[in-house]
Design a protein around this ligand. Structure first.
Ligand code: PAF
Length: 253
């Protein structure tokens, strides 16, 4: 493998957000590898592993159009058959936000990502800010375990209405997409008016078709609640629309 290899791990159902990560990799690296693997370890029993969107034919077309050099498409057996007694657990960043709502999620993500990084041996790997907590955790894992790879943070890509691209958007009706996009619009508008956390929560709860899971103003490095005089922080939100759970965030400066 060449020493300058960019790696974009995905679970497939590729969308413009993934394409933007691939484009960044192609810009920075000589070769680009994309993996498609719906990782069973990061789903709880009540989640959508069995119905997770699978659009392999279309995904391959996108990868060909983007001139991706390698597609890594392993089976669950190939990834996990020798490793049933280890998993990676993190004890600080992973215990809040998504970690409190989905306890199996981050151990599952970190276990598969460390395996994928070891198998592919890339020089760079590309993660989106849409999944900010995941990106931060992988960055920390790379640093804590001295993994020889640089993580490149990539901006969140949104559709014209402001909805962040996500494979789970495929579950939504047109109306659901519009309702979901109102969450980000509300975050952006409220922050420009310096609305406080409790008022913003109420505004989101009052949006049509939206059920709020959590909303939190947190420090960008620790993901802990901010103190009053923080000028730069992250607003993280998780919500349900048409029974689909989505997450998003916005940086406040
Ligand atoms: O963000 C994702 O699609 C997944 O969590 C990842 C990083 C590919 C690990 O399965």
């Amino acid at each position: 493998m060449p020493s300058n290899l960019g790696f974009v791990p995905t679970m497939g159902a590729l969308h413009p957000g993934h394409v933007s990560l691939i484009k960044k990799s192609k810009e920075m690296c000589v070769n680009t590898c994309v993996s498609i693997f719906v990782n069973p370890l990061q789903f709880s029993e009540n989640e959508d592993f069995d119905t997770y969107p699978c659009t392999l034919k279309g995904d391959i077309k996108i990868l060909e159009q983007q001139k991706v050099d390698v597609l890594f498409l392993p089976t669950a057996d190939e990834i996990y058959k020798n490793t049933s007694s280890f998993s990676i657990r993190e004890n600080f960043l992973s215990t809040v936000l998504e970690g409190s709502s989905r306890p199996l999620f981050f151990p599952g993500v970190m276990t598969v990502v460390i395996k994928l990084l070891n198998i592919i041996s890339p020089s760079h790997t590309f993660f989106g800010k849409k999944d900010f907590q995941q990106m931060l955790l992988i960055e920390k894992m790379i640093s804590d375990f001295n993994l020889p790879v640089d993580l490149v943070r990539c901006e969140t890509l949104r559709n014209e209405q402001g909805l962040a691209y996500s494979s789970r958007n495929q579950y939504l009706s047109k109306k659901g997409c519009i309702n979901a996009s109102n969450v980000f619009k509300t975050l952006r508008l409220s922050l420009s008016k310096k609305v406080d956390e409790e008022s913003l929560k109420s505004e989101i709860k009052n949006l049509p078709g939206i059920t709020l899971d959590y909303l939190a103003f947190v420090d960008k490095k620790t993901l802990r609640p901010i103190t009053k005089n923080h000028s730069s922080f992250l607003v993280c939100v998780a919500f349900y629309v048409e029974g689909v759970r989505l997450i998003d965030n916005i940086e406040a400066n």
